[in-house]
Design a protein around this ligand. Structure first.
Ligand code: ZN
Ligand code: CU
Length: 488
C-alpha cells in the first residue's frame, strides 16, 4: 500500500504526554495510515531533527468572524493550530439576526447572513477555511438578541427564548455554552440565569466555558460561582484565560488553582486555559464606566485598534494623552465614545509572569490564544504567537514545563475536553491534522511593536491530510472542517 505523504525519521510526540520516540508518520487521504514504520509514499518528507505532533487546538479563540473574513486563517495556521474553539467569552456568531446589530460587544460582534449555527457553518465552509472550527454558544450574544441591553433579570418568557437558542446550537453541534460575565449584557444576569442556561448545555453533555465575573479582587468568589454553576447545571466547567489581574492580586492563581484542585478531588469536572502573556486584550468600552474612569487600568493600556483614531494604534494611552495634551480620563473618553468607539480594542498590562508560569505548570490548564483577529490595527501578539511562544520561550528557553506536557496541553487534553475524539493524538486511523516543527528553532516573532509576524520553526502543517502550510508558505488547501461536538 502506498500513502500520500510519509514523514521519515522524525521524533513523534503523540500528544498523550508520553516521551517522544523516533519513527515515521504516513498520511493517506485524510487519516494517518501508519505511525512508527512508514509506508512508501508519493511524497517523502525528511523529518530528521523535527518533531511531529498532533495539530494544535486553540481552546480559546474569537475567530467566529475570521472564518468568513480571513478563511486562510494565516495567523493560526502558521502557529501549527489546526482547530479553533470559537464563540468564547459569551460572544458567538450564532444565533444571529442578519442585518441587525445586537447591543454590547462592539468589536466582538460577528455580522453575517446566517441565523443559526448550521447556517453559520455553511457560510464558513463556502469560504474553504484553512483550519477547523468548533463552536460555543455565547451568553452575551443570546441575551443581547432576546433582551437587548436590559439591566435586569430575565423574565420566564425571555429565559425560555434564550434556552431555545442554546438548545438549537447544541442540536447543531456546539460543544457548550460560554459566558463573559464582565461584559455587557451578560453582566446584568444573575447566577440563577446562567445556571439555567448552562443546564441546557448540560443536557447535551456539553460544557460551561466562562470568562468569569471578576479576575481581580474577587477571583476566588468568581471561581466559586463558576464551580457552583457547573454543579447545579450538570456540566463540566472550563475556566477561560485563568489569571490574577491587578498588582495586589498577583500570585493568587495558586490559591485559585488550589480551590479548583479541591473541587476536582471531590469529583468535579474542571479544566482551564491560559495565554502566555502578561497582558490581556478586549473591547475597551467594556472596561470603563464613563462616570468613574479607572485610572490604574487606564495607565496600563495600549491601543490595539481604534477606527476613529488610527494614529493611536500601537501606542500606550498615557503617551497618547501626554502627546495630545489630554488628561488620561479624556484620552479614555476619546478612545471609546467616537462614532466607532465601541470597536476600539485595548491591550491591558495587568498580570504577573509568575501566574502565567503557575498556570502553564498545572496539569488541567490548556493553551488558548484569546487572540482578536482585528488585522487592521496592532493586535495583541498572542494572535500570531501563542503556541510557538509556549514551545520556544516557556519550554526550551526557560524550562517552565516539558515539551511533551506542553504538547499534551495543546492536543489530547483539549480534544478530550471539547469532544473531538478523532483528533488530538498521533495515532493510526485518526484524522491527519499534524504539525511538523523544529524544536530547536520554534519561537514566536510577534511583538508588541510588530504583532503580525508569523513564528519561526513551524515547518509543515497538515489539515485533514492536506498540506496546508509548507515552510512559510500558505498553500490554500482549504480543508478545514466545522466540527460537531461529540460528548465523551
Ligand atoms: Zn474573555
Ligand atoms: Cu476571550
Amino acid at each position: 500500500m502506498a500513502a500520500d505523504y510519509t514523514i521519515r525519521n522524525a521524533t513523534i510526540i503523540d500528544g498523550s504526554g508520553r516521551e517522544g520516540f523516533p519513527g515515521d508518520v504516513s498520511i493517506d487521504g485524510d487519516v494517518m495510515a501508519a505511525v512508527g514504520e512508514g509506508l512508501d509514499a508519493a511524497v517523502e518528507i525528511d523529518g530528521q531533527g523535527m518533531v511531529v505532533a498532533p495539530g494544535f487546538i486553540d481552546t480559546h479563540s474569537h475567530d467566529d468572524g475570521a472564518f468568513v473574513r480571513y478563511p486562510g486563517m494565516e495567523f493560526k495556521l502558521a502557529q501549527g493550530v489546526t482547530t479553533d474553539v470559537s464563540g468564547n467569552c459569551g460572544f458567538s456568531a450564532a444565533p444571529n439576526v442578519p442585518g441587525e446589530t445586537p447591543p454590547g460587544g462592539g468589536a466582538l460582534r460577528f455580522p453575517g447572513p446566517w441565523h443559526d449555527l448550521a447556517e453559520y457553518f455553511d457560510a464558513c465552509l463556502a469560504e474553504k477555511p484553512a483550519i477547523n472550527n468548533l463552536m460555543l454558544i455565547g451568553h452575551n450574544t443570546v441575551r443581547g438578541w432576546v433582551m437587548g441591553n436590559e439591566q435586569r433579570e430575565a423574565t420566564a418568557a425571555e429565559l425560555a427564548q434564550m434556552r431555545a437558542h442554546i438548545e438549537r446550537g447544541m442540536e447543531q453541534g456546539a460543544c457548550g455554552f460560554s459566558t463573559g460575565l464582565i461584559y455587557e449584557p451578560g453582566r446584568y444576569s444573575d447566577t440563577s440565569e446562567v445556571t439555567a442556561l448552562a443546564g441546557v448545555a448540560g443536557q447535551y453533555g456539553g460544557i460551561y466555558a466562562t470568562h468569569m465575573r471578576n479576575e481581580g479582587d474577587y477571583l476566588l468568589e468568581s471561581v466559586d460561582e463558576a464551580l457552583g454553576i457547573g454543579r447545579a447545571a450538570g456540566c463540566g466547567v472550563h475556566i477561560s484565560h485563568h489569571k490574577a489581574s491587578g498588582p495586589k492580586n498577583h500570585g493568587r492563581c495558586r490559591e485559585s488553582l488550589a480551590l479548583i484542585d479541591r473541587a476536582v478531588d471531590e469529583g468535579h469536572d474542571v479544566t482551564l486555559d491560559v495565554y502566555p502573556y502578561i497582558a490581556g486584550s478586549g473591547p475597551m468600552h467594556q472596561y470603563f464606566r464613563l462616570d468613574n474612569i479607572g485610572l490604574e487600568l487606564a495607565e496600563a493600556i495600549r491601543i490595539a485598534s481604534c477606527p476613529d483614531r488610527r494614529e493611536w494604534e500601537g501606542r500606550m494611552l498615557s503617551d497618547i494623552a501626554e502627546a495630545e495634551g489630554l488628561s488620561l480620563e479624556d484620552a479614555v473618553r476619546e478612545a471609546i465614545t467616537g462614532p466607532r468607539g465601541k470597536e476600539t480594542i485595548c491591550i491591558q498590562f495587568t498580570m504577573h509572569e509568575d501566574d502565567v508560569e503557575t498556570n502553564l505548570q498545572h496539569p488541567r490548564v490548556m493553551v488558548g490564544s484569546d487572540g482578536i483577529p482585528n488585522l487592521n490595527g496592532a493586535p495583541h501578539p498572542r494572535l500570531y504567537g501563542t503556541f510557538p511562544r509556549v514551545l520556544g520561550n516557556y519550554v526550551r528557553e526557560r524550562g517552565v514545563l516539558p515539551l511533551t506536557e506542553a504538547i499534551r496541553k495543546m492536543t489530547s487534553l483539549p480534544c478530550e475536553r471539547f469532544g473531538i475524539p478523532d483528533r488530538g493524538y498521533v495515532r493510526e486511523g485518526l484524522v491527519a491534522d499534524l504539525v511538523v516543527f523544529d524544536p530547536r528553532e520554534v519561537i514566536d516573532l510577534a511583538t508588541w511593536d510588530e504583532p503580525k509576524r508569523e513564528p519561526a520553526g513551524i515547518r509543515k502543517v497538515f489539515v485533514s491530510g492536506a498540506l496546508a502550510y509548507d515552510d512559510g508558505e500558505h498553500t490554500g488547501a482549504g480543508t478545514g472542517k466545522m466540527l460537531r461536538y461529540r460528548a465523551g
